[in-house]
Design a protein around this ligand. Sequence first.
Ligand SMILES: [Zn+2]
Length: 88
Amino acid sequence: MRSQMCASCGHFFEVEERFAGGIVNCPACGRATEVAGLRDPLWKGLVIAAVVGWIGASSFVASTWGLVPGLAAAAALGLLLWLISRAF
Ligand SMILES: [Zn+2]
């Protein structure tokens, strides 16, 4: 269990650990509120690393093989990252 404050009304309540990083409805006002998760910093780090890798790989392809292959690589990698993000 973890302590959670409702973003809408400020009510404190307990939420189960499995809701960490997710969204729960406040028992006082019923509004949806975001639960801070342990995996949040890790997840944000992964997203940043993926975006940096995506831009880096695309600009590498663009500088090596030209703009059109670079854009094609950006589109292909973007699609791949999108598909991976959908899996979670
Ligand atoms: Zn509330």
